[in-house]
Every structure is written in structure tokens, then in C-alpha cells.
Design a protein around this ligand. Sequence first.
Ligand SMILES: Cc1cc2nc3c(=O)[nH]c(=O)nc-3n(C[C@H](O)[C@H](O)[C@H](O)COP(=O)(O)OP(=O)(O)OC[C@H]3O[C@@H](n4cnc5c(N)ncnc54)[C@H](O)[C@@H]3O)c2cc1C
Length: 304
Amino acid sequence: MTATASDAAAPTAHFRFFALDVLRTRRLGHSFLRVTFGGESLADFRSGGFDQSLSLFLPPAGQEHTRLPSTDEDTWFAAWRAMPDEERPVMRSYTVREQRRTPEGTDEVDIDFVLHGDAPPASRWAGRAVTGRRILAIGPAVAQNKSVRFQPPPATDAIWMYADETALPAAAAILEALPAGTPVRAWFEVPHEDDRLALTTPADADITWIVRAGTGAGGGRERVEQVLGALRTAALPAAEAPYAWLAGEAGTVRAVRRHFVQERGVDRRAVRFTGYWRLGASEEQLLAEAYAGQAPSEDPTSDL
Ligand SMILES: Cc1cc2nc3c(=O)[nH]c(=O)nc-3n(C[C@H](O)[C@H](O)[C@H](O)COP(=O)(O)OP(=O)(O)OC[C@H]3O[C@@H](n4cnc5c(N)ncnc54)[C@H](O)[C@@H]3O)c2cc1C
């Protein structure tokens, strides 16, 4: 679930609170840490797969577990907002990389966190996660829910994908779930050579890895130019009805969307694009803009 103001204020029966207990962690690459969660409430967790997202509530600095005054559908949001800043759990959007039932009959959920420093709250929490820590999440209680954004129309005959590292968990889950032989052309942008994770798919996927150049000191423009450079030199296989799924840093995603619509002639209604984060803005700032109705509205399917 992406933390838009309306969702946060009124989770429907499609979503509910879950308690997630850290079972174990595993480093996947230079920037990725997989946290595997368990907990009794996961018996009712129903991921819709693909790019299923959820909202995590992480404890503020100095606290081991997440506590909320209320997890009641009607009252939690006001109670959470009314908490003193230093006690209020931090809300962040993440992707269900995988949900599974173990041979022992317990339920597990993997979330792959990008570690991007010790100051940002979610990155810091993940980097310090240890077995037994409990967080809370608003996650899916039914598999058909609007936090699965990857919804290609039935006539789709090819998939174009762009993801940066924050959307790579979603892209990896999508690739695993596609029907065998689906033509896919994908560009995945990562900060480090060692973030080129091994991906498995039954699709006929042609993947280009874009390892970000240098330190990124040039900011957003530098990122965008590198990605557009890779896209512009690529030949796309012929397709009558392609569907494009784009997710990552908001400014880059908008530029990639323009590329597909304006330079490649993809029908804008067949482009699903989502800003997963924005350079220079924390998720609180993005939420504040959403509450104030200032979030960019270039496309109603974009959440940020
Ligand atoms: C639907 C959805 C699904 C998502 N799924 C995942 C996922 O599976 N894994 C994942 O890692 N992220 C995912 N994200 C992105 C994640 O929510 C953001 O990166 C979030 O900002 C991280 O919170 P934070 O507390 O670490 O940083 P914040 O406090 O939100 O931001 C602090 C600063 O760091 C910058 N920043 C934020 N993220 C990054 C980054 N990755 N690299 C460099 N700078 C950054 C911000 O611009 C800001 O300047 C998802 C986002 C959405 C909307």
C-alpha cells in the first residue's frame, strides 16, 4: 500500500494491520538487505504478488519495537498523527518481494531494503534489524487490491520495464510471475556493480543493467541523462500493444515516461509509472505534499 493521504486515513477491508517479527536478514548485494518477517497475523496476509506494496511503521530512534496507540481502522490515523514527534513511528512504503508458507506451516514475508545511509529512518532501521524486533504494517488482506499496480491489459504483447534499485524488488517479483515467453525489454538502474542481482523469469527477457556513474554528485540531471542515454540507443522489438511499467526516483521516472510516450510512441494509457521516492525529499515531505493536494498530478496512476 502506498501511503497516500486517503489510503492512510481510511484503509478499507482490503488492507489491515499486521505485526511483522524479524526472523532473519541476508545481504543480497552491495545495497540490498533482505529482511524476512514472520508472525501469527501473517496467516491472514494475502499478497497480490507482482509489485504489491505495503506501508511499514518503524520505531523511532531509541525504541526497539513499533507501538501505536490504536490499530483500529477508524481511529489509528488520528492517533498516530497526534503522537509526539519523537515517539511517532515512521511510515514508509515497501514491496512484498515474496510471501510463502514454509513446510512447517508458518508464513513468511521477504522485504528487500535498499541501504542508503544511517540517517534516513527506514535505511537505518533495516541496517540494524535483528531477530525478534517487531514492526507494524498496513498490508493486503485480499489479493485483488489497488496496491498491485502492474495491471497489463489482456491484449498486451510486450512489456517494457524501467526500475531503479528501490523498484528492483518489485521488478524481480513481476519477472518471476510473468507467463512463459512474454517478450520483455527491461532497464534496471543500480548504484553498484554488485547490485546486479541474479533474476529468474520464464519470460523472454532482455535486461540491460545501468550501473550509476560516479558518486551521483551531479544530482538528478546526471542520473536522468545516463538512463535516457541507455534507452535511446536500444532497439525495441516490434510490438502492437506494449505495456510499460516504470518505477523509481520520481524525476527519472517522469523522464523515462516521456521517452516512451513521446519518442517511442507508446500509448500513454499503457504506461504505469510510479515515483517510489524523490531526490532530496523524505517520505514525510512527500506525504505532506499529498495531504496538501500538491503532489505532482501528471498522471493519475502516479502516487508521488
Ligand atoms: C510503492 C513503493 C514501493 C517501494 N518499495 C521499496 C522496496 O521494496 N525497497 C526499497 O528499498 N525501497 C522501496 N520504496 C522506496 C522507499 O519507500 C524510499 O526509498 C523511502 O524514502 C526510504 O525511506 P528512508 O527513511 O530510508 O528515507 P527518507 O527519510 O524517506 O529520505 C531521506 C533522504 O534520502 C533520499 N532517499 C530516499 N530513498 C533513497 C534511496 N533508495 N537512495 C538514495 N537516497 C534516497 C530522499 O530523497 C531524502 O533526501 C518503495 C516506495 C514506494 C512508493
